[in-house]
Each structure stands twice: as C-alpha cells, then as structure tokens.
Ligand binder design. Structure first.
Ligand SMILES: *Cc1c(COP(=O)(O)O)cnc(C)c1O
Length: 370
C-alpha cells in the first residue's frame, strides 16, 4: 500500500459577505436568539473526492446551496453532523468546549456512514476560520452562545446505492439562548413503547440525521401526551433505557450514586463524558450500566431515585420530572424543582464553559486569530 499522503494544512480562501447583517439588527437578534433560527454572515465549505481528497476549503457568504435533485444525501441519507458551542468569556475572549472531541466523534460517525474522515486539524481549523470572520455573532451574557453546526453529506449526483464519490463538508453557526422554552423547568418525557431509535449494529452511536428523522414520529406521539421528549428503550426487548434521542440520561439515587445507561446504541455524548469527570471532582461517582425502565418507575415510586436529568450540548443539563407511558406516570420532581445534585452539576459545567471556574483539564480552547 502506498504511504498515506501527508495532511495538507488548512488554508481557506476567504470571500467576505458584501451584505452582512447590520449592526443594529444583529444586536436585536443576539438579545433574543432562540435556538437555530438565525445564522451568521458566513459559512465554511470544503469539497472531497477520491482523486483530490479534501480540497477547495473556503469561507464564503452564508447562503443557499445549489443541489442537483439527484444529490445522493437527499435520497439515501448519507449525512452526519456535529454540534458544539463557542462561549464569550467576561474578558471578551471566545472559547470552544472540547472541540477536538467533536472532531474525533465526527470521524467515527464518518466511518460508520462510509463518508471520508475529515482530519482533526481541518475540523478545528474550519471552526476557527468561521469564528474569525463571524466573531461579533458570539453573544455575551446569560447562557447564550454561538452554536456551531459542522456537517458532511454525499453531494454526488447519482442514484446508485454506494458510498458517494463527491462529498461536501460545511459549517454554519447560529446564536442561541437556552434550548428549552421553560429554562431549567423539569422536562416531561414519554416512553416510546412501539418505536426504537437505534438497534444493535445500527447507526445509533453515529451522529447522523437519519437517526433524528426516525425519532420524529415518536416525538409527535410524546407531544400528544403532553411530553417534550421521548425516552428510547433498547430495540430488542424494550426493557432497558437508552437515551432521549438527543440527550443522555442520568439517575441520582438516595445513597449518592449516579447511574447512566450503558448500551452500544447510545450516542457517546461529550457533555456526558465531561460530566463524569466533573462529578468525580465534586465527590460523586457515576456508574455506567444497563438500566431497566422498571428501575426508573419503581425507583421514583419508592423514593430511591431522587433526581433524574438529561445532558447534551444544546441544553447542558436539564432536569427530568414526569415519566409518562401508556398505563401510568411517575414524577421525580413533583414540586417542579430538582435538586440538589442536578443544579450543582449544571452550575459546575456552565461555570467552566463561561470561564467563571478553573479549567484544570484545559477543556476550553481559545480560537486562533489569524
Ligand atoms: C448529540 C447527541 C447527544 C449529546 O451529545 P453531546 O456531545 O453531549 O452534545 C446525545 N444523543 C444523541 C442522539 C445526540 O445526537
């Protein structure tokens, strides 16, 4: 086999937006950004094909992509994405939380979806390049941030079923406030008894759009039952708890133990992995093990489970209250407040992200200004 070609350095061409959003309008948007509704003035695009590898890296004005109707991703969902945030610290600097973890996970997702791996340095470089031109879009104050959405899709025009020979990588950015309307009000969650998110050997551990498409129907069922999120169970027996389909789940027991479900079809969350270390600093032990839905219902009913929460980049840590299924419900936060463990862990993570706490592990990465 020929030796792998050395990775080219990431040197994007930069084409500035001739008509960026005005300063006043941007200030108005940053005051109340919502989630994923507004986008910055620029985006990153990089092309890939087997002959040239990754090439033509560029920062260009944000705008529609022109796609051939036969674009493979539109038919066979060969697509993956990432989600991470850039935070403005009080000294004005901008930091991103563990982006190399997202870069590595993006490579793992790519491998599962037969997409080419983007070099870690290119992933990080693409975030830096976009943040450099759109720095003014990183909001200050509260729990606001600039959400970064790297994604990759099969852009070849071809209806045959095989891995695409033309792939596009892009990064867009959206200023965001809190993810849930109700702030840190405990979520009501619905148990999907008929639908699965992921199966053994499937794509559950990859961050791909297809997993989300399949979760929309159970999500609408949850909404009909007054719930905001879905609890997905293992596909085989529908007995073991997996995750919320976009957030990982945690159970706090009255003896101080914290348990999170272990499964091959759960997405390996970066907040989840970080939380285990932060929890250890605070004297809590987190155990990862198979966790039955019966343990949840009975644990809440008996009082052994004192708190339930979910974690992920978008909402950091969110308490879970009502667990609803066809035949009944239990509530681990009947007073509408969860604590004391959930808010303690939440504050520890948020303070770290916003630079108000020490960062002994060097998790916050300053963007490199060119
Ligand atoms: C992104 C995601 C999560 C959370 O991962 P973080 O890296 O912590 O944001 C959990 N589950 C699924 C299915 C996801 O796509």
């Amino acid at each position: 086999m020929p030796a792998a070609a050395p990775v080219k350095s990431f040197q994007p061409r930069i084409e500035l937006n001739p008509a960026p959003v005005g300063v006043d309008r941007r200030a108005e948007i940053l005051k109340e950004p919502g989630f994923g509704r507004y986008f910055t003035d620029h985006m990153v695009l990089i092309d890939w094909d087997p002959e040239n590898g990754w090439h033509d890296e560029r920062v260009v004005p944000y705008g529609p992509l022109s796609l051939d109707p036969a674009t493979a991703a539109l038919h066979y969902a060969q697509e993956i994405f990432e989600g991470l945030k850039a935070y403005r610290h009080e000294d004005g600097s901008i930091k991103v939380f563990r982006p190399e973890q997202n870069a590595a996970r993006f490579q793992r997702s790519a491998a599962r979806l037969m997409l080419p791996e983007l070099p870690i340095q290119w992933f990080l470089g693409s975030l830096d390049a976009l943040l450099n031109v759109d720095e003014a879009w990183v909001p200050a104050g509260g729990e606001k941030a600039l959400y970064l959405r790297p994604f990759m899709f099969a852009s070849e025009s071809f209806l045959g079923v095989r891995a695409a020979r033309k792939v596009t990588y892009a990064v867009i950015a959206s200023p965001v406030g809190g993810y849930f309307e109700g702030g840190t009000k405990p979520l009501a969650v619905w148990v999907a008894e008929e639908y699965s998110r992921a199966a053994p050997g499937g794509t559950g551990a990859a961050k791909c759009g297809g997993n989300y498409a399949g979760a929309l129907l159970p999500l609408s069922e949850a909404a009909k039952h007054g719930c905001e999120q879905v609890v997905f169970l293992d596909a085989k027996e529908r007995r073991l708890v997996e995750e919320l389909g976009g957030m990982n789940l945690y159970f706090v027991f009255d003896d101080g133990q914290i348990v999170t479900p272990a499964s091959d079809s759960i997405l390996d969350g970066i907040i989840k992995n970080s939380l285990h270390e932060v929890a250890a600093d605070l004297g809590y032990t987190v155990t990862e093990r198979p966790f039955g839905i019966d343990e949840w219902t009975q644990g809440v009913a008996s009082g052994r489970i004192t708190e339930v929460f979910a974690c992920g980049t978008a909402a950091v840590i969110t308490p879970v209250g009502r667990l609803v299924w066809r035949e009944g419900e239990v509530n681990s936060a009947p007073t509408g407040e969860a604590g004391p463990v959930t808010p303690t862990l939440r504050r520890a993570l948020v303070d770290l992200q916003y630079g108000r706490a020490e960062d002994p592990r060097g998790w916050m990465r300053r963007i490199n200004h060119s």
